[in-house]
Design a protein around this ligand. Structure first.
Ligand SMILES: *[C@@H]1O[C@H](CO)[C@@H](O)[C@H](O)[C@H]1NC(C)=O
Ligand SMILES: *[C@@H]1O[C@H](CO)[C@@H](O)[C@H](O)[C@H]1NC(C)=O
Ligand SMILES: *[C@@H]1O[C@H](CO)[C@@H](O)[C@H](O)[C@H]1NC(C)=O
Ligand SMILES: *[C@@H]1O[C@H](CO)[C@@H](O)[C@H](O)[C@H]1NC(C)=O
Ligand SMILES: *[C@@H]1O[C@H](CO)[C@@H](O)[C@H](O)[C@H]1NC(C)=O
Ligand SMILES: *[C@@H]1O[C@H](CO)[C@@H](O)[C@H](O)[C@H]1NC(C)=O
Ligand SMILES: *[C@@H]1O[C@H](CO)[C@@H](O)[C@H](O)[C@H]1NC(C)=O
Ligand SMILES: *[C@@H]1O[C@H](CO)[C@@H](O)[C@H](O)[C@H]1NC(C)=O
Ligand SMILES: *[C@@H]1O[C@H](CO)[C@@H](O)[C@H](O)[C@H]1NC(C)=O
Ligand SMILES: *[C@@H]1O[C@H](CO)[C@@H](O)[C@H](O)[C@H]1NC(C)=O
Length: 486
């Protein structure tokens, strides 16, 4: 008996240690911005992903909790149970399964995602999903196809059902790995701010099996995923929240300061990272202190209970995590021109989780490793000029791109060049360098100039895109090998 146990455990150990990750696999970069979607005349913000054959293109919002990737069925807005506001122009596109030659419904399918009132009902099936990589507005997109993967086709509900499911049991990540397309179940996200609620201009990106080394800066901060039943894997302990008035930068006010706010009982708290809502949800006493400090009132202009200030405020809010990493919400995000904040009202008796949500993710780059159950955060680069997807090898620590200081890299002033090649190093394959969005940026600049003229400096400061690329091109010796001049 003992020897059987020995054999079993030895086998398990052996199996675990031989899971092979091919870290030469290029990652898949899928950008997030507003674009045309199937079945709607309105551009919608999300990840450029198509489904079926012929492909029907949709804009999918990344979810860090859902495990299935879903699309709005053709009649999502026509059923009486659908309560999504402005449904026809808010679903992220539509998928008409009847028009896809490869869709197969799976009637007995047992969904991995728990039903909850606040989402949608769906039929499940299998179809081909097309992940589009689109570096340049002027160039075509290239597709990575995930064949016969699980999809949900939403029938009715209250939310935008076009979702890339990137939860712990993500079927898309699993299939990308099983179909030998990515190195491992790793994924990175910058959510951006180009959507209506954030009302910014910076677009986001997903990297499947990789991360965008140009999208973050400074040290990366490592956290363990929580694997407890019913808990989000992405939990952070917050030890302080500090408000700084820009007019008086030497006076930081801690919203957890018992001396200043007598009713404060919170000393620290655990919050989940989520993309499911924009505003942060903080403990009741901290929310009350925020309202007192900034003279805020309850409001529901945007349908998400974001607090509104009575008077304009020029300052920042810093979230201090227990490892010392500080994420600062800049003034134009903390209070916009209509005095709306990204902090949600909180009921005293609420038992809902605390959330570090999309407003938080607009300032940080999130990198997740489902093979080692770790995730990483780093400060997001807002004004990035280059997209640099690199392989995120499971168990490896992501490293930000650093501009080389030696003379080996020569400035060539190329904007909008796509470069693909392997620069190697430490198990990371730098698979594509891409100096982005020449045209898109110039157009954005023109638009910015107009808006700046209208006196919107404060709001635009963060959204400003630099004129000249800050990134230098790769070494000359490698030039003929992977420079594609445009
Ligand atoms: C690893 O992936 C690369 C790129 O897809 C491929 O060329 C190579 O053959 C793979 N190696 C193994 C051992 O599968
Ligand atoms: C974001 O993407 C949109 C296309 O939806 C583009 O018009 C805009 O210029 C992009 N913004 C930036 C800052 O690149
Ligand atoms: C996704 O799968 C994980 C792991 O099984 C589970 O904990 C989580 O609740 C699932 N997500 C949803 C939305 O049900
Ligand atoms: C769904 O809504 C009903 C009625 O509002 C409520 O009783 C029930 O607890 C909710 N279920 C979940 C899972 O939230
Ligand atoms: C979907 O997007 C792809 C990539 O840009 C494009 O080739 C295709 O024509 C689009 N499909 C439709 C129906 O517009
Ligand atoms: C991927 O899917 C698209 C759309 O259906 C198709 O045009 C393309 O040929 C497919 N690519 C591969 C490599 O199968
Ligand atoms: C697609 O996947 C389902 C479930 O895994 C399987 O039953 C079916 O045979 C597959 N179809 C094809 C064409 O591979
Ligand atoms: C401020 O934010 C709210 C909610 O996103 C939005 O409705 C409003 O238009 C924004 N105001 C300005 C001036 O951008
Ligand atoms: C104010 O708080 C921020 C965030 O914690 C910190 O970086 C800064 O040094 C503080 N300033 C002072 C004067 O304490
Ligand atoms: C503290 O809480 C008590 C009881 O809820 C309330 O009466 C009092 O006004 C609060 N004090 C402050 C300073 O908010």
């Amino acid at each position: 008996m003992a020897s059987l146990m020995f054999y079993l455990s030895a086998t398990v150990l052996f199996a675990q240690s031989t899971v092979a990750f091919n870290c030469s696999k290029a990652p898949i970069y899928v950008d997030i911005h507003k674009r045309a979607v199937h079945g709607s005349a309105v551009f919608q913000y999300g990840s450029f992903i198509g489904v079926g054959n012929a492909a029907q293109n949709n804009s999918l919002w990344p979810s860090l909790s859902k495990n299935h990737t879903s699309f709005a069925g053709g009649s999502y807005c026509n059923t009486k149970d659908t309560t999504l506001k402005d449904c026809i122009t808010s679903t992220g596109g539509f998928f008409d399964a009847d028009q896809s030659s490869t869709f197969h419904e799976d009637k007995g399918f047992k969904a991995l995602d728990s039903d909850s009132n606040s989402t949608f009902t769906a039929i499940y099936g299998h179809d081909d999903v097309h992940l589009y990589t689109h570096y340049f507005e002027t160039d075509g997109a290239s597709a990575t196809n995930v064949t016969n993967t699980t999809i949900a086709v939403a029938q009715d509900g209250s939310i935008t059902p076009a979702i890339v499911g990137l939860g712990l049991d993500s079927t898309l990540l699993q299939d990308l790995f099983t179909q030998n397309t990515i190195a491992g179940k790793t994924y990175s996200l910058y959510i951006g701010q180009g959507f209506d609620r954030a009302s910014g201009a910076v677009n986001g990106s997903n990297v499947f099996g990789g991360y965008d080394a140009g999208r973050f800066t400074g040290p990366v901060h490592k956290y363990d995923m929580t694997l407890d039943q019913g808990e989000s894997p992405l939990r952070l302990r917050v030890k302080d929240i500090v408000v700084t008035d820009n007019a008086n930068p030497n006076t930081n006010v801690s919203l957890l300061d018992k001396g200043k706010f007598s009713n404060t009982t919170t000393t620290d708290f655990v919050a989940e990272i989520t993309t499911d809502q924009f505003p942060l949800s903080l403990p009741y006493d901290v929310t009350q202190n925020f309202m007192k400090q900034l003279n805020a009132k309850e409001d529901n202009t945007w349908g998400d209970n974001s607090l509104m200030l009575n008077d304009a405020f020029d300052g920042t809010l810093s979230i201090v995590l227990d490892d010392g990493f500080v994420v600062t919400i800049p003034s134009e995000v903390l209070v916009n021109k209509s005095n709306i904040t990204p902090i949600q009202k909180r009921d005293e008796d609420s038992t809902a989780p605390f959330y570090l949500s999309a407003a938080f993710l607009s300032q940080v780059y999130l990198m997740m490793d489902y093979e080692s159950y770790s995730f990483y955060l780093a400060e997001a680069v807002q004004k990035n000029n280059a997209v640099m997807p690199v392989t995120f090898c499971p168990k490896a620590t992501p490293v930000a791109y650093e501009k080389p200081s030696n003379g080996a890299w020569v400035k060539q002033g190329l904007i909008g060049a796509v470069i693909g090649g392997v620069l190697g190093g430490l198990g990371l394959a730098i698979t594509a360098y891409c100096f982005v969005l020449g045209c898109r940026r110039r157009r954005a600049e023109k638009k910015l100039e107009r808006e700046l003229e209208k006196g919107k400096q404060a709001k635009m400061a963060q959204m400003e895109i630099e004129e000249a690329p800050e990134f230098d091109p790769p070494p000359k010796s490698a030039t003929p090998f992977f420079w594609k001049k445009r």
